[in-house]
Design a protein around this ligand. Structure first.
Ligand code: ADP
Length: 163
């Protein structure tokens, strides 16, 4: 089941939340900053030990002080106009996160709108990719949550979901 919510991903009591991180896994703003603040310094220490995450890949840590058991960090592509493989890299992000989740028996997983903040990926295009990948993996999980942080994002996701 795919569930759409409007809210703060750090508050969700799910098996795993996904972090829109950077390839160095160093502290960022946006959702990464919010997750680090809520999870505590242990999360940043765990990220440091991982030593980075190439764009399109994903890495797993514990959630530490978060209600979520795990955080799956993925580095989304920076939008550079669309001809630098951005769409395929974003697709890879979702797939890599689902793969990490399946290795850990994660049943419930929540995603932010990866790459659509500071990284500037067009929101409609990103939502179409996100929802397509979520549908592809839908049967493997009891709940996949698309966690939008703005009313605008929620509206776009509703459109893409055809609701
Ligand atoms: P990126 O660098 O991948 O673009 P950002 O963190 O800048 O990452 O933005 C990704 C998305 O995360 C944006 O849609 C932004 O609105 C959203 N976001 C920011 N804070 C939160 C939060 N606490 N919970 C859920 N989504 C959030």
């Amino acid at each position: 089941m795919i569930k759409l919510i409007l809210g703060d991903i750090t508050k969700l009591k799910v098996d795993a939340i996904v972090n829109a991180a950077n390839a160095e896994l160093v502290p960022g703003g946006g959702v990464d900053g919010a997750i680090r603040r809520a999870a505590g310094h242990e999360l940043s220490e765990a990220c440091e030990r991982l030593g980075g995450c190439p764009t399109g890949e994903a890495r797993l840590t514990l959630g530490f002080h978060l209600p979520a058991r795990y955080v799956i960090h993925t580095a989304g592509p920076v939008w550079q106009g669309g001809d630098q493989g951005e769409a395929e890299l974003l697709r890879q992000c979702y797939r890599s996160c689902f793969k990490q989740a399946m290795e850990k028996d994660i049943e419930t997983i929540a995603f932010p709108c990866i790459s659509t903040g500071v990284y500037g990926f067009p929101k409609q295009k990103a939502a179409a990719i996100a929802i397509k990948e979520m549908h592809f993996f839908e049967n493997r999980f009891s709940e996949i949550i698309a966690c939008c942080h703005s009313e605008e994002d929620r509206r776009i996701y509703l459109q893409v979901l055809g609701k």
